[in-house]
Design a protein around this ligand. Structure first.
Ligand SMILES: Cc1cc2nc3c(=O)[nH]c(=O)nc-3n(C[C@H](O)[C@H](O)[C@H](O)COP(=O)(O)OP(=O)(O)OC[C@H]3O[C@@H](n4cnc5c(N)ncnc54)[C@H](O)[C@@H]3O)c2cc1C
Length: 433
């Protein structure tokens, strides 16, 4: 099959790898508008469920991805300088490293990647059997076809995706009160020497602080001052692909149909989820596996294969997007909760996608005691060891050091581990290479 993939993000590259591994006869070209190594953003977090899917699909790139990732253990929520602790661990990888690993692997399995080619329309690809639109949230391909039934909804809070040379070992949410209102960061490690630092606030706070009217350097300096007790003299980094990061508002993308003719949407082009559930990359990768597997199973009939892909991925996305909307809305109304102490505030944050069962609340209170945190950490280390063994991961990547991770109960939390129902089917994983 002749396949053109538009976009060279994680969804596109992972689809190309997965399809080629299932059928070496596919002729696949990935077209990316940026040069190699140029990308936006910093670290992306993910959890064990994604590692399970990656190891099951392509253990070679999974190993490299795991080796390039850092483990964060423990989440801390700071309000008025007081810290509350919350159980939870995950992994984080720099977006640039992720793309380098996937790009290299794609080329090694025989995928062609054409960089610096900004696709304007699809007329050049008439000979393609399949066109995969993996060109991100603002997908030009999607915009050219009303058939997809696209709905775009813009969130209220401005945010900016920055890096910092301060190395965090934990996931930190720090809420700072300014005369103009609350400003907060979501900070976590992303690669050696660099951490991710996303800053968010309500619209009126942003306007009163004049952040939108400032040049990039002034806005960065203002944020360094607001978060000075967290950054402790370290700097914020704005430029990630030669251009300064910009303040943005999240746009939720939904589509009634994910394919039309031989054009199919994948990843952010098909759906977006607010960054506070840390799932977009993971969902794009799971789309990629599901599409490759559907082609493998029903390749003789493209419409059947694309139906199967839609069936596997589109409906489960309703729930995920609803959870992401609740999460986004909580941050948009954060000032309703800031009169609480930090422990109650962290509990409210953890419950933002639904109520917290009483036992989770008790566990959260227990977590504030250092011995309970140590015990929990050991428990999670054991769990991580078990999961790593089960998927055949080299144990040198399985940290037994202090930090920590959550286990079975962790589908809620300040930065919640996602639910597992969108994982590829057992069939999909059984085609592991
Ligand atoms: C602040 C923030 C934090 C996030 N944190 C996380 C996280 O912790 N965990 C997580 O899983 N996800 C996270 N995400 C979401 C994640 O970044 C996206 O969901 C993910 O990148 C989607 O992958 P994709 O391949 O679908 O699209 P993209 O990564 O957007 O890739 C699209 C690619 O297409 C290219 N392109 C676009 N138009 C054209 C064209 N016309 N021609 C050729 N190429 C084109 C672009 O240059 C880009 O490389 C975060 C997002 C934000 C904004």
């Amino acid at each position: 099959m002749k396949i053109i993939v538009i976009g060279g993000g994680p969804g596109a590259l992972y689809f190309a790898i997965s399809a080629k591994l299932r059928d070496a006869g596919h002729d696949i070209t990935v077209i990316e508008r940026d040069p190699p190594g140029a990308t936006y953003g910093w670290g992306v977090v993910y959890w064990d469920d994604l590692l399970d899917a990656l190891y099951g699909n392509d253990s070679e790139s999974a190993r490299e991805l795991r080796a390039a990732s850092v483990l964060w253990q423990q989440q801390e929520v700071r309000l008025r300088g007081k810290t509350a602790f919350y159980a939870g661990y995950g992994y984080s990888v720099g977006r640039a490293a992720l793309l380098e690993i996937l790009g290299q692997r794609a080329e090694n399995v025989g995928v062609r990647i054409r960089y610096q080619d900004n696709v304007q329309d699809l007329s050049d690809f008439r000979e393609a059997d399949l066109i995969v639109a993996a060109d991100g949230a603002s997908s030009r391909v999607r915009q050219q076809d009303e058939y997809f039934g696209t709905t775009l909804t813009t969130g209220l809070n401005p945010y900016i995706w920055l890096g910092t040379d301060k190395v965090f070992s934990k996931f930190l949410f720090d809420f700072q009160e300014t005369p103009a209102g609350w400003v907060w960061c979501h900070a976590y490690p992303s690669s050696s020497g660099i951490s991710t630092f996303i800053v968010e606030c309500q619209e009126q706070t942003w306007s009163r602080l004049g952040l939108g009217a400032m040049c990039s350097d002034d806005s960065r300096s203002a944020l360094e001052e607001i978060f000075s007790d967290v950054l402790k003299g370290h700097r914020l980094i704005s430029e990630s692909r030669g251009q300064p990061a910009r303040w943005q508002r999240f746009t939720e993308v939904r589509n009634e149909k994910w394919y039309h003719g031989n054009v199919v949407l994948l990843g952010d082009a098909a759906h977006t989820t607010h960054f506070t559930i840390g799932s977009g990359t993971r969902l794009a990768i799971l789309d990629a596996i599901a599409l490759a597997q559907s082609l493998y199973e029903r390749g003789e009939s493209l419409p059947h294969a694309l139906d199967m892909y839609e069936e596997r991925r589109r409906k489960p996305m309703y729930r995920t997007q609803a959870a992401a909307r609740s999460s986004m809305a909580w941050y948009e109304r954060v000032n309703l909760y800031t009169d609480r102490d930090s422990v109650a505030f962290a509990a409210a944050m953890a419950a933002r996608q639904g109520s917290l069962p009483p036992w989770r609340h008790q566990l959260h209170l227990l977590e504030q005691l250092a011995p309970a945190r140590v015990a929990h950490r050991w428990y999670e280390t054991g769990e991580r060891f078990y999961l790593a063994r089960r998927r055949g991961e080299a144990l040198r990547y399985t940290s037994f050091a202090p930090p920590r991770s959550p286990s079975a109960p962790a589908d809620t939390g300040p930065h919640a581990r996602p639910r597992t129902e969108e994982l590829p089917t057992a069939d999909a994983r059984s085609v592991a290479v």
